[in-house]
Ligand binder design. Structure first.
Ligand SMILES: Nc1ncnc2c1ncn2[C@@H]1O[C@H](COP(=O)(O)OP(=O)(O)O)[C@@H](O)[C@H]1O
Ligand SMILES: C[C@H](O)[C@H](O)[C@@H](O)C(=O)COP(=O)(O)O
Ligand SMILES: [Mg+2]
Length: 473
């Protein structure tokens, strides 16, 4: 690859630095660096180790100094909602507290007494998740008002990593929409909501759109890494990048399958009708002014925790294999129950749920894994029925993208329970979408439509249909 860009995709379970560029009309990827990411306990909160994440990005950049060709740009995307605050000297006032931290317990209810739920949804179109930035800020105002009083800059996680790289402060649009403080129609900070909550409007930065060239590496960083490059804004909300690599089709539903399962469709306007509110769908911002009409489902977080509870002695592939041996009798578990957001022990929490609901309790690793996968598929099916109810139409295909698209058992379960065609892949959809924004900004690709046809030609996508075995049921 002559011209290539660096895509930094940091999800809630792992991060990767991927070099990507066009070669003979196809998108070529080279994984330059991969690292873990997990929640740590710090100062009595669940946090992200933001400093070590930044060092991993630098490690990835430095690995490129050994290549003949250097990358022309870099783009960073991460999970949504979380942020840091800086004081007047641009110093960190807060740790990067994670969205699974219990500090927001009960806060959403307090905020919706100040700002009616219906009104908040009509203005922002954003789902009611207790960990949205709006509730994290309201919790801070209640629990540490002195911190908010000193705050001069609000930066979300990718914004802060960009600030460390370039010294430039900005809030990228797609991720800013996950705060529930962006007006879905003006696509800018909603001053009325911010003022009503007693937050400092001035600390919010200029909202910038994907494909914006934010700046270059700070001089000292360019020197340390051995080269300079543009820092470009992809859709810095990882799901915003992921959906860019889904083949466009009118009746396609995507499932961005990683730590979370984000299930939805691409749309050109926000849907803030009561039914969407009642179903708790969201209208997160997308690139080129699109909207991501989707719903959060607890996702593979559950199997990540199960894996951790078993001391990581089984791989994800092992857990899938072991779950294949389980026949029927799986308990019905509401995977989206808040109890699964951050339990002490996921295995025990699932077993407690089954006991409380007088169901057969899964014991063996295969039974636990099967219970997670079967009930995730059931939750996807329910969300799809809600989407079809809102759009008053049937969707015929489902695209599973992200790390979870490697779970062939789950892909088959989705096909079996929905009786729709399931296309699985690309695995690194988020990193690919991040590259798409950079390559469009660079003029290497003309638009999203061309990008999607390049993705189709470049990456393996497996098809799953309802298994004949099940059809005999
Ligand atoms: N070989 C595999 N077989 C089945 N599932 C896998 C495999 N590798 C990864 N996964 C699934 O992919 C998930 C991670 O997806 P990824 O998109 O990287 O997550 P995130 O971006 O949230 O960190 C894991 O939790 C696991 O369930
Ligand atoms: C908490 C948010 O809903 C979450 O970040 C979600 O928006 C998301 O982007 C998850 O991405 P993962 O790659 O961590 O599953
Ligand atoms: Mg991810």
């Amino acid at each position: 690859m002559k011209t290539y860009c660096l895509s930094v995709d940091i999800g809630a379970s792992s991060g990767r630095v991927i070099a990507g560029g066009l070669e003979n009309g196809k998108l070529e990827l080279v994984e330059v660096h991969r690292f873990g990411n997990q929640i740590i306990e710090k100062n009595n909160h669940f946090c992200w180790d933001i400093e070590s994440l930044f060092q991993e990005i630098i490690k990835g950049i430095k690995k490129c100094s050994a290549f003949d060709e250097k990358p022309v740009s870099i783009g960073i995307d991460t999970w949504g909602v979380d942020f840091v605050l800086l004081d007047g000297n641009d110093q960190l006032l807060t740790d990067a507290i994670a969205y699974r931290d219990p500090r927001t317990d009960g806060i959403m209810e307090e905020v919706t007494e100040i700002f009616m739920k219906e009104r908040l949804y009509l203005e922002t179109g954003i789902q009611f998740q207790k960990f949205n930035s709006i509730y994290q800020l309201a919790a801070l105002k209640k629990q540490n008002p002195e911190v908010l009083e000193k705050a001069k800059t609000f930066l979300m996680i990718p914004d802060y990593l960009n600030f460390l790289l370039t010294g430039v402060k900005a809030n990228e649009y797609t991720n800013a929409t996950t705060t529930q403080l962006i007006n879905a129609f003006t696509r800018n900070w909603d001053k009325e909501i911010i003022d009503r909550l007693g937050l400092n409007f001035e600390m919010f930065q200029e909202v910038m759109m994907p494909k914006t060239v934010l700046g270059n590496l700070k001089e000292e960083l360019a020197e340390e890494c051995g080269f300079d490059m543009n820092v470009v804004l992809p859709a810095t909300h990882d799901t915003g990048s992921a959906v860019l690599s889904v083949p466009q089709s009118e009746d396609t539903i995507y499932i961005s399958s990683g730590t979370w399962s984000l299930i939805g469709v691409e749309n050109y306007f926000p849907i803030c009708v009561t039914k969407a509110l009642d179903y708790n769908f969201t209208n997160e911002g997308g690139m080129d002014y699109q909207f991501r009409f989707l719903k959060n489902i607890m996702g593979l977080w559950m199997i990540q925790e199960v894996k951790r509870n078993y001391g990581n002695r089984y791989s994800f592939a092992d857990l899938v294999e072991m779950s294949k041996g389980v026949n029927g009798g799986t308990a019905i578990v509401n995977v989206d129950d808040e109890r699964f957001l951050k339990p002490e022990n996921m295995i025990e929490e699932i077993q407690k749920y089954c006991m409380e609901t007088n169901q057969q309790v899964p014991v063996e690793p295969g039974e636990i894994a099967n219970c997670v996968f079967e009930n995730l598929a059931a939750s996807y099916k329910n969300a799809i029925a809600e989407i079809e109810d809102i759009f008053e139409k049937e969707f015929h295909t489902i695209n599973v993208i992200g790390g979870g698209s490697q779970n062939e058992l789950l892909n088959q379960l989705i096909a079996d329970t929905t009786n729709k065609e399931v296309f699985a892949g690309p695995v690194e959809a988020t990193a690919i979408g991040n590259l798409i924004a950079q390559l469009i900004a660079l003029g290497e690709i003309s638009d999203i439509a061309e990008a999607r046809s390049i993705v189709k030609q470049s990456f393996e996508v497996k098809k799953f249909t309802r298994s004949t075995v099940n059809l005999q049921d």
